[in-house]
Design a protein around this ligand. Structure first.
Ligand code: ADP
Length: 660
């Protein structure tokens, strides 16, 4: 699925803070460039023309200022007329400040200033002699001079009369008009060129804007839409062959490709989800099937084991006893496998519930020691238990812990030919109400290779198929143990060296039993003890009825049977007067029954019971789920026996609830 693009990517593309976006636009930058180029070019041109125009004005003024001298040389104007300033001013076109006709010996002949006539002065000579200022072919000289802020023009024109006299005419004019004209023309040029710059910039900006901005913004909007996950958007106006057209088509292609990939990803995600759901459904069906099958198998197993147990307690020929023992052992093994499958499927279905109770680890290990002593002795092995004496009572699911240890120890015995098996428990840490225990089952057997260690925790896995033939087993033990350890909050690990043995270990952090809150009660039952009571057995299965009835009778009980909950209620006759009701010391109640099941029947019995009288009702069920206990207690049951019913368990229940 295409997600909106990364935030920092978006941020990096965002306008800089405080900046007007207009100033960042390409059109603005292009217009600014054109403005700068036009300004430089047109300003240079303007300066060139202003200078040229100024020099033209000077040239004109110079020519004008030479007119009196030329007229005098031509004899059209007498020298004496130089005294007439106004006439001279008119001729020159500027106000004449001083005009002087000088002889070559520097004696002033005539002047607008009568005071200097006849005087010898070299003051005007320098204007005639200054180099680089000759402005006319007639040899006139012109000099600008700035005096007290006023601008003057000094012009010296050579005079030559026909009688051989020679001298020069010096004229000093104020260049006010020329200056004003220069200023006017410069202002005109500046205004004109500025207008040109503005017009050029405006027109070019408009063109740039029309040609690029809409197309660029179409590309920008398309990219923004893509950023926000909209892959339907395309760049419009992307047909032209210029760079923007190429860019637009490229963006469209890219967005198209992204859309295609997103569709593919969505399809893939749907398929994956479907596959996951299918796999989960298949796994659930498998687990449910396994649970149902093992449940169904447990009921007839009840008959096989029960009958074998009953037969074993009768007078038998040695050969018959051997057969019965074999039947019992095979049935036990089968039951073990069924229980394993049931546990595994419950864990996989998430229905496995812990039954946390007080556990005495030391006592449990002693029991396990006794349990394994015969098989260990048979193989000439040594079984060592290493458990600290001060280990506190803990709270955990005893059944699960026992099953894990049995699985590990059974494997250790199975795969060890000589040496020993060690079961060690160590308290790693104890903090007030909690302690962390380390359990370790090690052996000196055949060991497990590194590759095999990777797979042995998978279901139905055995390192070598020959193990199955040699040692039996279903490849389920370690898988279940691993899952159970996880349910108890630990992790089962293995370390091994082929030929030297294997060690399985796990840690478990558990609550420590606080004093006075309970105690481990592995109640030992004396199965020889007889009970003297009347039992109502509610059981729909004929075989089970027979087996349990026989067991009860052997223990000295009187047994009455009912085939379902409704029959049981009828038999109890709770609505009658107490003296008319039959007296039962205990009811053994099957749970799954037709017509009226055990839970409903119990609830109805409890509802009808008179004050102060409560008959113990014990569930007998193939639903040996640990979590069922709470459900049963809630319905009013006092305890439960799991099928197949064992003589010992039955005796323990009778001992607890029935007078002996
Ligand atoms: P099974 O019930 O077949 O023994 P498990 O799951 O308990 O199934 O064990 C799986 C396999 O792991 C065994 O078949 C065996 O190959 C190997 N294994 C388990 N425990 C040991 C051990 N203590 N020593 C050697 N191999 C072992």
């Amino acid at each position: 699925m295409l997600k909106p693009m990364a935030r920092n990517a978006v941020q990096s593309a965002a306008p800089q803070e405080g900046m007007n976006p207009v100033f960042l636009s390409l059109a603005f930058k292009l217009s600014l460039s054109i403005f700068l180029i036009a300004s430089v070019l047109l300003s240079s041109l303007g300066i060139f023309y202003i200078k040229k125009f100024a020099s033209e004005i000077d040239k004109n003024l110079c020519q004008q200022a030479q007119i009196p001298g030329q007229l005098m040389s031509a004899g059209a104007l007498p020298y004496m007329q130089v005294r007439d300033r106004e006439m001279l001013s008119e001729l020159v076109g500027e106000e004449v400040i001083l005009a002087v006709v000088i002889q070559t010996d520097d004696v002033v002949l005539y002047s607008t200033d009568p005071g200097i006539e006849g005087r010898h002065t070299e003051e005007f000579r320098r204007y005639a002699e200054l180099p680089g200022v000759a402005m006319t072919s007639a040899g006139s000289a012109i000099v600008h001079q700035q005096e007290n802020g006023s601008h003057y023009l000094h012009i010296s024109t050579p005079l030559q009369s026909e009688d051989g006299w020679s001298g020069s005419l010096y004229v000093r004019v104020s260049a006010v008009n020329a200056r004003q004209e220069k200023t006017r023309s410069a202002t005109g040029f500046v205004a004109g060129f500025s207008l040109c710059i503005v017009l050029i910039t405006a027109v070019s900006a408009l063109l740039v804007h029309l040609l690029s901005v809409p197309r660029l913004s179409a590309i920008g909007q398309c990219l923004k839409a893509v950023e926000q996950g909209d892959l339907e958007r395309r760049v419009s106006r992307a047909k032209s062959q210029d760079e923007l057209g190429v860019l637009g088509r490229g963006v469209n292609r890219m967005v198209g490709e992204l859309a295609r990939q997103r569709t593919e990803q969505e399809h893939l995600a749907v398929e994956l989800e479907q596959a996951r759901e299918d796999a989960e459904t298949a796994s659930r069906s498998k687990s449910e099937f396994l649970a149902n099958m093992s449940h169904e198998i447990r009921t007839p197993m009840n008959g096989v084991l029960g009958m074998a147990q009953l037969m074993a307690s009768t007078e038998l020929l040695p050969e018959q006893r051997e057969y019965i023992d074999t039947i019992s052992a095979s049935a036990e093994n089968l039951l073990k496998i069924i229980n394993n499958i049931l546990d595994l499927s419950r864990i996989e279905m998430g229905k496995f519930q812990l039954n946390v109770d007080t556990v005495d680890i030391g006592a449990m290990l002693n029991e396990l020691h006794s349990f394994f002593t015969p098989s260990v002795g048979e193989k000439g092995l040594e079984l060592k238990i290493d458990c600290p004496e001060d280990l506190p009572l803990i709270r955990t699911d005893e059944g699960s812990l026992r099953q894990i240890l049995i699985n590990l120890m059974a494997n250790a015995v199975k795969f060890t030919q000589k040496g020993h098996i060690l079961v060690a428990v160590e308290s790693l840490e104890q903090t007030g109400s909690e302690c962390t225990l380390n359990f370790r089952v090690s052996d000196t057997g055949i060991g497990i290779s590194k590759e095999a260690q990777e797979i042995i925790f998978q279901v139905f896995t055995q390192v070598d198929g020959s193990h199955m033939r040699e040692h039996g087993g279903s490849g389920l033990g370690l898988a279940i143990s691993k899952k159970m350890v996880e349910q108890l909050g630990g992790r089962l690990s293995v370390s091994s060296e082929p030929g030297k043995g294997a060690a399985f270990a796990f840690n478990m952090t558990v609550d420590v039993e606080q004093e006075g809150t309970g105690s481990a009660d592995p109640s030992k039952v004396d199965i020889k003890k007889t009970f003297n009571g009347t039992v109502l057995l509610v059981e729909d299965n004929r075989l089970n009825r027979r087996v349990i009835t026989k067991m009860l009778e052997k223990m000295g009980c009187r047994v009455e049977v009912a085939e379902n909950g409704r029959d049981a209620l009828a038999q109890l006759n709770l609505s009658a007067l107490p003296e008319e009701q039959p007296r039962y010391d205990i009811i053994l109640m099957d749970i799954q029954m037709p017509v009226l099941d055990g839970l409903k029947a119990t609830t109805m019995i409890r509802a009808q019971e008179k004050d102060g009288f409560r008959i113990p009702i014990i569930a007998v069920t193939a639903h040996a789920m640990k979590g069922d206990r709470e459900k049963f207690l809630e319905a009013g049951l006092d305890a439960y026996l799991s099928k197949p019913v064992r003589v010992e368990a039955l005796a323990a229940v009778l001992k607890q609830f029935c007078r002996s």
